[in-house]
Design a protein. Structure first.
Lengths: 761, 520
């Protein structure tokens, strides 16, 4: 394993004085200094290195990355295994030769790379990840786009775009009269790949909404005009970059360039609260929102891994911060006690703003909490006794109050449903005693609190179906795999309902939470197979989209339906006779309908809006017949059905159905219909109405043939058995009237009942 | 007598050691010489302990026509047969099948489809129990059949030479030579409360009282590793708690890394290293979890508390040498270990002790190599010495194996130790590797993971050590152990013909590679 160090010359955000990349400003003995905005951008050199495909044996030419043991953004230590490589001889762990952060994986799992080729990039630390990536992508000579982010911040009005190869997307002139356009819809988002010719956005001009296509391949790096915004013709509305890695630089730079100065993040949030409160006279330090990437302006505290009062040690993860790139564990740099949390879970803080205070001595915690309350401008956390005594009193911050109410002193853990219920019922969730795993507040706890009844725990104790166990403080009630999966999925284990032993969260629980696995349902009777029903969204296939469009297309058409019964004994007899020659019911029906249409050409017409409306007659009678194929619907068409013999129609139909099944029908074979038949008789459907296909005047729905007893004077018992079928014509009433429809059906019935010789001609 | 010996020893240490002790030896030897007369002793050899070591010694003693007694201590078969290798192999065999049959991807690659694979915990536990009983029965029958007197009670020294007390009946027997083979018991670190139900050592684990959803295993040596294999195969999740900074601290590092990949990372196992399980409190299955408090090995500060369903303590074993009259006989133990020389003669103490005539110690109690087959070899060696044919066991040639899936096996020092040895002793270390991925048989099984590495002395060509991880590694190590024992060189081994297509060709590749040849 060799790795070459390529020192990339990169300009980076100056971390020395202002924003401390690691989130901690040490403060000893009142020398309290708050993080400030860097007022100058210093040039730094980011050190990146490449991991190359190692030669694991003398005969090895190329290797396959079996698995990455580290993910992008993970810290790695020298000597730590970072990937498994499969050579011609064996799978081997490949170790890192130095400490750093895995910046980018170039060769993904399962992919091969020749020996010596770079498989990943390593950055010296998290803040240099982007710089290292862009230097690799853009070459060492290119200035790091990342540097422009802080530059933009320093001079918000500047708004210069990074010096990386890119293409601007302009507002197109969609008509000769168009001077500006509105972006109706972005069809692609930042980070999406677009191919030349692919629709990128929908623009509303003075004439119409039009899809605007990309002229070249690339990644959407930035959207400069959001949906609903107007832009002058020729003005840039978005940016395309050829390399995915360049996206980051643009998104931040452009965000800064289009944002107003007031919207630019100012890390010193506390300065706006007026005079800085006096720091207490004790040794403490401040944890600031760290800059987890060079483009990060603000971060959201996803979760606090430590609670107020907890002892923390250097190197220990204390919170999870969501940056613009990823969720990262933020570690403490020194030992102490978490005295006060300033930025609660779910809250966002600007980079450099204090998020918590760390006390050197446990005894200093109260003083620091008071100080923190002033610092953040938030009310001091409610005292536990007060919260417990007046549960109904609305706490200023639910989370803070809840933390006080839970006996363990931990942060509040409540199921999402419980939170929702509490909100609905107007209950302070902090006042609810949790009985779920980990002391978690469940929906039933909230309900019990609302109804004033005893906590659910008491009820459960009375009927211990499954013993309730409340894990001790600090214990994570989750199996090793569950922990690993939750970490990977960035899920808070406390938000997952555990179904394992003693309410423990198992791997399956996490998978159910991520949707990877479905809740197992047992069939009432054992032994029966559980039927897996499809769930969730499945996009339409092309054919399904077409069907959907066609069905909607004729919605505004004023259609009407007329039904009629046809005695089928003769028709059936003819069919039985001709069956052996390969004649099908479909061919017989098509022929009968075509012959009836000959007498009533209006049925074969379509409405035309030309010249204020008119009838478009078709000289050909092309009978389309709906065929259901796997996951779709298509209408193969028997052209000139009135002119062709039954045998010919039968053969043609067989061929068309075969093509339909294999998807090889030509457009002419399914788009040339002038009238459609939809037959569901074979399924036993007695009668139904069909939806009019676009461009046609009518569609005939065929029901099943049924036996009926009818009075008959000639019969011995005074009645006889006949076969009847109901047909329903859906027609466009703009040009086809009730009488037309009725006459057509009458003619058709006459042919099928009495003039069968016409068919077999 | 007790007072007498203690006084001697007090004197020995106080004045100038060896001469005083030497006096004892001389006097003992005199009495020993006198005892050669026929019929003076009840037995020629009395063996305390009836494990694999005691059994091996007894069989060999009978083969030498010595009148032999074994004090079984109501534990014929000892740890190996009743609470160790034998039942654990039964669990591993059964759970290994479960693992294989549930590995649908692997089976599908072989063209096999299986439905849901279920097992019965009781059935697997019974298999282990039955196997142990059967082997124990065989072992006892062989003793009786060969004319060994089996005394039921536990034997103890009385303080007088040649005397063995049956602790059950109080009867004292005499024997010309006494072989101590009391074995060992699991070591339980302070702070851990063992109830053998939810918190247990290998003794309790082998009964497989239940299959926990989550089990913590304290210690990541052979025993812990084997049980993690059993548990994960049966569907449990495992957390290793290792006091040292690395997992599998006693293994060759390269092998340990492979093992971590094959046996830990791909399984529902996580681990904490450099921590002690400082306080382990048993639970009640289904009602209360086992609580494990962990402290940092260096700072001793609390780091984490786990609540698991079960906790297995696999932190090594300590000699079972208490309460067997060793002190009375003038034997000073260290952490319970009895000091012996190469001939298995008991020394009065570690570091400069003198030979205690007529007393021998083999197996786990002497701590030389805590393996069943090593104990047996030592027993045979002791008997050889008793009958006047000087013999020493070459421990460097004793192989060992860990029966995980895949197996791990080794003979000789780790690579790290070998590098040190080579430097110190001034020879050049050579290394060659065979690969399972390049072996037709392994590929046919769809088990291409693993390596075999041969460490050899480049100057002499002699094999120093071999470490294997891979399919049937335990069965592959014997050729290597024999080579180490016989001083076979890699040049010789490279010219020996290996059966095709077998896994032994993995070794062939390594031996050939050592001399610059290619096997394929």
């Amino acid at each position: 394993m060799k790795y070459t160090i390529t020192a990339a010359v990169l300009a980076l955000l100056a971390a020395q004085e202002g924003v401390n990349a690691f989130g901690i400003n040490k403060n000893v003995q009142r020398t309290f200094s708050r993080a400030t905005v860097p007022d100058s951008v210093t040039q730094l050199f980011a050190e990146g290195s490449q991991i190359t495909m190692p030669a694991l044996s003398s005969t090895m030419k190329e290797g396959k990355v079996v698995s990455w043991l580290k993910s992008e953004g993970d810290e790695i230590e020298a000597g730590e295994a970072i990937m498994v490589v499969e050579s011609d001889k064996a799978d081997m762990d490949v170790e890192a030769f130095e400490d750093g952060v895995l910046a980018k994986i170039i060769v993904a799992e399962g992919e091969m790379a020749p020996v010596g080729e770079a498989v990943a990039l390593i950055a010296a630390d998290a803040s240099e990840v982007d710089a290292v990536i862009s230097s690799f992508e853009g070459g060492a000579a290119a200035p790091a786009p990342a540097a422009d982010a802080p530059a933009a911040e320093a001079a918000p009005s500047g708004g210069e775009l990074p010096d990386v190869e890119h293409t601007e997307i302009f507002m197109p002139a969609l008509s000769s009269t168009m001077s500006e356009g509105k972006i109706v819809d972005w069809l692609k988002q930042v980070g999406d790949f677009v191919e030349a010719g692919e629709a990128l956005m929908v623009v509303e001009s003075d004439k119409a909404d039009m899809d605007v296509e990309a002229f070249e391949d690339g990644y959407v790096a930035a959207i400069l005009k959001e949906e609903g915004e107007m832009a002058d013709v020729g003005a840039p509305v978005g940016i395309l970059v050829p390399n995915e890695a360049d996206i980051a630089s643009f998104s931040s730079a452009t965000a800064a360039s289009i944002s107003t100065p007031s919207a630019t993040a100012t890390p010193t949030t506390t300065s706006s609260t007026g005079a800085a409160p006096a720091a207490p006279e004790c040794e403490f330090s401040q944890i600031d929102m760290p800059a987890l990437s060079s483009t990060m302006k603000e971060g959201k505290v996803v979760s606090w891994l430590k609670s107020e009062g907890d002892a923390i040690s250097a190197g220990e993860a204390i919170m999870v911060v969501e940056s613009d790139k990823a969720d990262m564990d933020v570690e403490a740099f020194e030992d102490g006690f978490l005295a006060a949390i300033i930025t609660g879970e779910g809250e966002t803080g600007n980079v450099g703003a204090p998020v918590a205070l760390i006390a050197a001595e446990e005894s200093d915690i109260p003083a620091l909490q008071a100080y923190a309350a002033n610092l953040s401008g938030a009310p001091a956390p409610a005292a536990p006794a007060a919260a417990a005594a007046a549960p109904a009193a609305a706490a200023p911050k639910p989370a803070a109050a809840a933390a006080a109410a839970v006996s363990s002193g931990d942060r509040v853990t409540a199921s999402p449903l419980a939170k929702k219920k509490a909100e609905e019922l107007g209950i302070d969730i902090g006042s609810v005693a949790g009985t779920g795993p980990n002391g978690r507040i469940t929906a039933s706890d909230v309900e019990a609190a609302a109804s004033g009844s005893a906590p659910a725990a008491a009820k459960k104790a009375a009927a211990p179906a499954k013993p309730v166990w409340t894990p001790a403080a600090g214990v994570i009630a989750a199996t090793p795999t569950a922990r690993a999966l939750a970490k990977k999925a960035k899920l808070d284990l406390a938000s997952i309902v555990g179904t394992g032993q003693l309410g423990r969260v198992t791997a399956d629980d996490v998978k159910i939470a991520t949707g990877e696995k479905k809740v197992e349902r047992k069939r009432a009777s054992p032994g029966e197979e559980v039927i897996e029903l499809p769930a969730g969204f499945v996009p339409f296939t092309g054919m399904q989209k077409a069907v959907s469009n066609n069905m909607e297309a004729t919605l505004p058409v004023p259609v009407f339906r007329t039904s009629r019964e046809i005695v089928m004994d003769g028709f059936d007899g003819l069919y039985q006779k001709l069956k052996k020659d390969g004649v099908t019911v479909s061919a017989l029906l098509a022929k009968a309908v075509a012959l009836a249409i000959e007498k009533h050409p209006i049925i074969n017409s379509s409405y035309s809006s030309k010249e204020g409306g008119g009838i478009e007659y078709n000289s050909d009678i092309n009978i389309a017949m709906a065929v259901s194929i796997d996951g779709g619907l298509i209408t193969p068409t028997l052209k000139y059905a009135n002119e062709r013999s039954l045998l010919e129609l039968g053969e043609n139909w067989k061929e068309l159905v075969g093509k339909a099944r294999t998807g090889s029908l030509s457009p002419d074979e399914y788009q040339s219909g002038t009238f459609t038949i939809s037959n569901m008789g074979m399924f036993g459907v007695t009668e139904f109405g069909a939806i009019l296909p676009p461009g046609q005047g009518g569609i005939l729905a065929i029901g099943a043939t049924q036996e009926h007893i009818v009075p008959c004077n000639q019969a011995v018992l005074g009645m006889k058995k006949i076969k009847k079928m109901t047909i329903t014509l859906t027609a466009d009433h703009r040009q086809i009237y009730g009488a037309d429809s009725a006459m057509f059906l009458k003619t058709l019935a006459d042919i099928m009942e009495n003039k069968l010789d016409l068919l077999s001609k | 007598m007790k007072v007498y010996f203690s006084a001697i020893f007090a004197l020995a240490t106080a004045v100038n050691g060896f001469q005083s002790a030497g006096f004892v030896r001389t006097s003992s030897r005199a009495s020993s010489a006198m005892s050669m007369a026929d019929g003076e002793f009840d037995f020629d050899v009395a063996i305390i302990g009836c494990g694999v070591g005691g059994h091996g010694a007894a069989l060999h003693a009978r083969a030498q026509d010595l009148k032999t007694a074994v004090f079984a201590g109501e534990d014929v078969g000892g740890t190996c047969v009743n609470r160790g290798c034998v039942p654990s192999k039964a669990l591993l065999a059964a759970s290994g099948r479960v693992r294989e049959m549930r590995d649908t991807a692997h089976l599908e690659s072989l063209g096999i489809e299986v439905g849901e694979v279920n097992y019965s915990r009781e059935g697997i536990a019974a298999h282990a129990k039955n196997l142990a009983n059967r082997v124990k029965g065989n072992l006892e029958m062989s003793l009786v059949g060969l004319g060994v007197d089996v005394v039921e009670g536990r034997g103890a020294l009385t303080g007088k030479p040649h005397e063995v007390l049956d602790q059950k009946t109080g009867k004292v027997y005499t024997a010309k030579d006494i072989i101590l083979a009391p074995g060992s018991i699991p070591f339980v670190p302070p702070g851990i409360t063992v109830d053998e139900k939810t918190v247990y050592t290998s003794d309790g684990a082998l009964e497989l009282p239940f299959v926990p959803e989550w089990v913590a295993i304290v210690g990541s040596g052979y025993i812990g590793l084997e049980f993690s294999d059993v548990y994960t195969a049966l569907g449990s999740e495992v957390t290793f708690i290792e006091a040292l900074p690395l997992l599998m601290p006693t293994f060759d590092r390269e092998i340990a890394k492979q093992a971590e990949r094959l046996l830990i990372r791909e399984r529902p196992i996580d681990y904490r290293t450099n921590v002690f399980a400082s306080e382990v409190t048993p639970g009640i299955p289904g009602e209360k979890p086992v609580t494990i408090k962990m402290i940092d090995a260096d700072t001793k500060e609390h780091v984490e508390t786990l609540e698991v369903d079960a906790c297995m303590v696999a932190t090594g074993r300590v000699p079972n040498t208490a309460n067997m009259g060793l002190e009375d006989a003038g034997i000073e133990t260290q952490r319970g270990f009895v000091a012996v020389n190469g001939k298995m003669q008991v020394l009065t103490k570690h570091d400069g002790g003198d030979v205690l005539p007529g007393v021998w110690c083999i197996g786990d109690a002497n701590g030389k190599m805590m393996l069943a087959h090593a104990a047996s070899a030592q027993g045979i060696s002791a008997v050889e010495n008793i009958v006047g044919r000087p013999h020493e066991v070459d421990h460097a040639a004793v192989p060992a194996a860990c029966f995980t899936h895949p197996e791990i096996s080794m003979v000789g020092p780790t690579e790290e130790q070998a590098i040190e040895m080579a430097e110190k002793e001034g020879w050049t270390l050579g290394k060659s590797q065979g690969n399972f991925r390049a072996n037709s048989k392994a590929l046919a099984e769809g088990e291409g993971n693993g390596i075999a590495k041969v460490l050899f002395n480049k100057d002499t060509g002699k094999v120093v050590a071999v470490h294997i991880i891979g399919l049937h590694a335990a069965d592959l190590i014997q050729e290597c152990a024999n080579a180490v024992a016989a001083g076979t060189t890699v040049q010789e081994l490279s010219m020996m013909v290996h059966t095709h297509p077998t896994l032994s060709e993995v070794m062939d590749e390594a031996f050939k590679g050592a001399v610059g040849m290619s096997s394929h």
